[in-house]
Design a protein around this ligand. Sequence first.
Ligand SMILES: *[C@@H]1O[C@H](CO)[C@@H](O)[C@H](O)[C@H]1NC(C)=O
Ligand SMILES: *[C@@H]1O[C@H](CO)[C@@H](O)[C@H](O)[C@H]1NC(C)=O
Ligand SMILES: *[C@@H]1O[C@H](CO)[C@@H](O)[C@H](O)[C@H]1NC(C)=O
Ligand SMILES: *[C@@H]1O[C@H](CO)[C@@H](O)[C@H](O)[C@H]1NC(C)=O
Ligand SMILES: *[C@@H]1O[C@H](CO)[C@@H](O)[C@H](O)[C@H]1NC(C)=O
Ligand SMILES: [Zn+2]
Length: 717
Amino acid sequence: MEIERKRRERRNLIVLTGAAAVLAVAVNFAFTALNTHIKNRKKKVVPGSNVRINLSASEILRLADHIVAKSKEVHDTIASVPLDKVTYSNTILPLVELEAQQFPLIQSCAFPKLVSASEDIRKASTEAERRIDAHVSGCSKREDVYRVIKAFTARGDWMSSEVKRFAQYLVQDFERNGLNLTSTKREELQRLRAQIDELSMRYIRNLNDDNTFLLFHDMELVGLPPEFLKSLEKTENGKFKVVLRSHHVSPILELCKVGSTRKSVAVDYGRRCEVNLSVLEKLEVEDCLFKVLLGFPLNCKISIQLRHKLARLLGYSNYAEYAIDRRMAKSSTKVFEFLEKISGSLTESASKELSLLKEMKRKEEGQIPFGIEDLPYYVKKIKEQQFGLDFGVVKQYFPINLVLSGIFKICQDLFGLRFEEVVGAEVWHQDVQLFSVFDLSSGELMGYFYIDIYSREGKYGHTCVVSLQNGSWINSTRQIPVALLISQLQKEVDGRPGLLRFSEVVNLLHEFGHVVHHICNRAPFARFSGLRLDPDFVEIPSLLLEKWCYESSSLKLISGFHQDITKPIDDEMCKSLKRWWCSFSALKLKQEILYCLFDQIIHSSENVDMIGLFKHLHSKVMLGLPMLEGTNPASCFPRTAIGYEATCYSRIWSEVFAADIFAMKFRDDIFNQNAGMHLRNKVLAPGGAKDPLEILSDFLGREPSIQAFVDSKAHSV
Ligand SMILES: *[C@@H]1O[C@H](CO)[C@@H](O)[C@H](O)[C@H]1NC(C)=O
Ligand SMILES: *[C@@H]1O[C@H](CO)[C@@H](O)[C@H](O)[C@H]1NC(C)=O
Ligand SMILES: *[C@@H]1O[C@H](CO)[C@@H](O)[C@H](O)[C@H]1NC(C)=O
Ligand SMILES: *[C@@H]1O[C@H](CO)[C@@H](O)[C@H](O)[C@H]1NC(C)=O
Ligand SMILES: *[C@@H]1O[C@H](CO)[C@@H](O)[C@H](O)[C@H]1NC(C)=O
Ligand SMILES: [Zn+2]
């Protein structure tokens, strides 16, 4: 009854959007006032958090060494257990406890690297992390520990399904490191790993060091705004220097009215890293791998061959099978099927989109055929004509504080949570805030999150959520989760609170999805209770939550005109934002699918002619549009080389199943708290302790389906 009443009250609050905005801001003002008031008082302890905030450089290094020593001791003890005496308490339990206890300490050493204002501390943190990583990597290759754990799993004497999953994961991790191979094969595996890493690193370095530029007259850059031109370097004879980096390339592809400029930028951008073979050959580089790297197609070919080799050593038929084995998608065949189906379902919408673009190009440039390089320019142009959305104006509705309190409200209401600032807690910078999270109905303290969202020098340059402590049970005591959200927002502009671009708003809500997921995760072992979940699954809740940015009733909660915050975005603008987001999405997705298919094929077959394959796929998937002549598929697609091999499909996969959840549970009522609580208990709470497919099926009452996504795309033009 009590819960019901509270639910009703919350529901009423949601309805009063204007009032909610006022309330939110009042709360924010209170935060600020309190903050300054208590500045010089003693720092409050944070009960339940074992994270050490604001350690000095020497403390960080000392702690790291202590962590390594303690961990070694525990591993040695486990290794000394005779194989016929293995039990849960002398093999698994010590590891479970070690991981749970050490993780917040490890993070205490590692997170300052991302956020500390002191260079010394960032350096110490980087070094500490290096020492810990080296130790962990050594442990993952310990045959003595592997044998003991394997002996335990061989007994099949599980205490619970979670213990079974945990122990099997441990064994798989060891075996993916080659620990059940002969020592010759194991050495070969390690050699392969090292070569693959080396190639990837060199590839990244090459991309970073690539300073290729193109020169253009101002006549060739018509359409670009004066501020952009001003930001470009100029040569003596007055030409503009355009470097092949996205901050130069994207504006030109989107805005430049001169088709030939767009094309030459696209072609050269599409063959970066095929750098100067001639120049580098003169350097007498002996290392053949390094030479190989100079031509990316070759590099790509070589590293793919190395990957296939590695997978086969481990008993897989190809690299894709190895990469997908432990994911929700389970097999490369499933991924193909998935991509083909989604691509097929988009064909009709994408054709309509493409004919609009072609018509527009005909009007503007006459008979020159439409090419893939024209996509960004004409998409932008048509969108601007259709929606007349001025993002400069949109931005004025998103002052940071208001957005934050709106996001808080959505997360709290939907998932039955209560956030409360921990005033006076120790932090590493005055801009950082700490919040406790309580379960609304029971009042139980569920966890904490820090937010460190304003940009400053030396800070990590991207938005992300880092787990500082994972939830777990140690000796029947619960350790609660602690998260840290890092972003790079502008705190103030000309003395006024910063305003967020709409994309930043979406991004922030997405990241809060991860925070909430982390806090609501109730998996018993630290290993399954953080955000290191199956990558095919972990983005689903956050992608789901993004949809709240496109519904007017929720968008009103996170918006308010900066000079009069009681005025949220109006329905008209909400609609435009949603249509803007949907329009041309079929073509955009097809393009992504093209790369995913390419990625999947090269990683599941041997000796593919990559250029030939890409040409074929390009025209097939992109409705007859040919590949841009002179480019090199692999270099428009740097992700192939760096950590996403054979798994590029994962983003679309998550989006598709997020759409399924939304359509089934929230589309008709985005503030449906029953559905929200249900999601929290069935999807967020199990974390990694259960198979994702089981989790989703349990929540939906049927297997997840691609239909909702397909339907939503069918009406996008
Ligand atoms: C290693 O173990 C895995 C899983 O138990 C098994 O599939 C594989 O065949 C084993 N490899 C060797 C060389 O024994
Ligand atoms: C390669 O080197 C030549 C001569 O040094 C130079 O003109 C050209 O711009 C360079 N190309 C790239 C892609 O760096
Ligand atoms: C962090 O610690 C340093 C000294 O170790 C201190 O000067 C600084 O004020 C502390 N910062 C905060 C935000 O507590
Ligand atoms: C758990 O309890 C046992 C016995 O009370 C104790 O020896 C052990 O140190 C405890 N473990 C942890 C991680 O606190
Ligand atoms: C805790 O979660 C993080 C990711 O959120 C993960 O990287 C880490 O490995 C987890 N901790 C343990 C002990 O497994
Ligand atoms: Zn994410």
